[in-house]
Design a protein around this ligand. Structure first.
Ligand code: UD1
Ligand code: MG
Length: 446
């Protein structure tokens, strides 16, 4: 038996006025990626073979963010039914199952969509499967009118609902799985004769029933259906997603001393036996190896950390940081686009940018790689086993040979040969009794 194909229509033409933002609503990030991309990731997981994102005029930024997926333009916002119609050309000839999702409801799980598709594909093969939920306050959601057996007769929008219908707690989430063979036929029968003067997608159910087609609903937990309409909603959605990401990390063998204070990205990858102290932030693109310890207040993005390394407290890893096995990156050390090889240590107060630090090298407190001259960035190469004294400035491009020692306080502007001892600072001068004479002079004048 060949599997029924799945397509998806993601509605994202809404203006999102309440976000008070220049950024399109569906591009606001959750766990470091635009919310619409979370949905696309979920659709990938249910192997949707065609996904169309419905956008409004002037939403080129959304088209860019979802590329290479196609977008369909809904020229005017005339309701959810009209929005799905905008995807007609993109779905021409498609007769599998069509999922309709909202771009601003990004927390749907793969498992829920699979349950909807399974309901579509089993007896009585409902033409429309609606995802229902029971919010604490049903407010102005559309109400599901149906039987306890999961059969659905109609969705009544709040504005059209009578008193009895408004007492129904079972609400329409907006998510549907629809038989693609009849979708556009049914949609053509939807009119805008209602309180809002809009084409309601929800009318599909009554229209299908009138044609003798079965409809059904399946339930989902409320927290999957949090819609983002404001910044406060965005924070609620972020928290739910963070809880999921942290739970998955802990299930995979990560210890978090205070999980609620650890912020992850959608793509943060951990090995086993990683220990994370409180208040650590992961931006996108981080991979952490087995046995790594990350101490409190570290900020890490775009970085790879090999096994048994120790980071922080207060470490900052920026994009392109590659930390080798058992290396130590300590407090107030910033690493950008640099490779720190196995066992190397930079434990205090340093900036390391555009550099290689050889295996086992020791970078003293306050060392700075001067990678930028105001025009271009240059590289610093530090050999294996080198020792850089505290408060040294390494003016790039510059190379410190293997095993070389740089005296504290040096400003190094030329390459240092392997195993050399280089000191580049003013010579120390000791004036015997000078301190005493200075003090006596000042006291006399006072
Ligand atoms: C809709 C449902 C309602 C359900 C609720 C769940 C209809 C008629 N009503 O109501 O039953 O309980 O969602 O949240 O479907 N959109 C477009 N183009 C349009 C209109 C909407 O793309 O012309 C998009 C919006 O960007 C949004 C989604 O569709 O992502 C839902 O639109 P919204 O106006 O919020 O629908 P509700 O009135 O809340
Ligand atoms: Mg809404």
């Amino acid at each position: 038996m060949t599997e029924t194909e799945t397509a998806a229509v993601v509605l994202a033409a809404g203006k999102g006025t309440r976000m008070k933002s220049d950024l399109a609503k569906v591009l606001h990030p959750l766990a470091g990626r635009p919310m619409v991309r979370h949905l696309i990731g979920t659709l990938d997981a249910v192997r949707a073979s065609r996904t169309v994102v419905v956008v409004g005029p002037g939403m080129e930024s959304v088209a860019e963010a979802v590329a290479p997926l196609p977008t369909a333009l809904q020229a005017e916002q005339r309701g959810t039914g009209d929005a799905v119609k905008a995807a007609r050309a993109a779905l021409a000839g498609f007769a599998g199952d069509v999922l309709v999702l909202y771009g601003d409801t990004p927390l749907l799980t793969v498992e829920t969509l699979e349950r909807m598709l399974a309901a579509r594909r089993s007896a009585p093969h409902p033409a429309v499967v609606v995802l229902g939920f029971e919010p604490d306050d049903p407010a102005e959601y559309g109400r599901l009118i149906g039987g306890a057996d999961g059969a659905l007769d109609a969705i009544v929008e709040f504005r059209e609902a009578d008193e009895t219908q408004r007492r129904i707690g079972l609400c329409n989430s907006g998510v549907m799985a629809i038989d693609g063979a009849v979708l556009f036929d049914l949609l053509d029968a939807v009119t805008d004769e209602n309180a809002k003067g809009e084409y309601y997608l929800t009318d599909l159910v009554a229209i299908a029933r009138a044609r003798g087609l079965a409809c059904a609903y399946v339930m989902a937990p409320v927290e999957e259906l949090v819609g983002v309409n404001s910044r406060a909603d965005l924070a609620v959605a972020e928290r739910i997603l963070q809880d999921r990401l942290r739970a998955a990390a802990m299930a995979g063998g990560v210890t978090m001393l205070d999980p609620e204070t650890v912020w992850l990205s959608h793509d943060t990858k951990f090995g086993r036996d990683v220990v994370i102290q409180p208040n650590v932030f992961f931006g996108p693109g981080v991979t952490i190896g087995d046995g790594v310890t990350i101490k409190a207040f570290s900020h890490i993005e775009g970085a790879r950390v090999a096994e048994d390394a120790i980071l922080g407290p207060y470490a900052r890893l920026r994009p392109g940081a590659e930390i080798g096995k058992a290396a130590h990156i300590g407090n107030f050390v910033e690493i950008k686009a640099s490779v720190v090889e196995a066992g190397a240590k930079a434990n205090h107060l340093s900036y390391i940018g555009d550099a290689r630090i050889g295996a086992g090298a020791n970078i003293g407190a306050g060392t700075i790689t001067c990678n930028y001259d105001g025009f271009t960035k240059s590289l610093t190469d530090i050999g294996a086993g080198a020792f850089i004294g505290s408060n040294s400035a390494l003016v790039a491009p510059v190379k410190i040979g293997d095993g070389a020692i740089v005296g504290a306080g040096s400003t190094i502007t030329r390459d240092v040969p392997a195993d050399a001892l280089s000191i580049a600072r003013g010579d120390q001068k000791d004036i015997v009794g000078g301190g005493m004479r200075y003090r006596m002079g000042r006291n006399r004048r006072k």
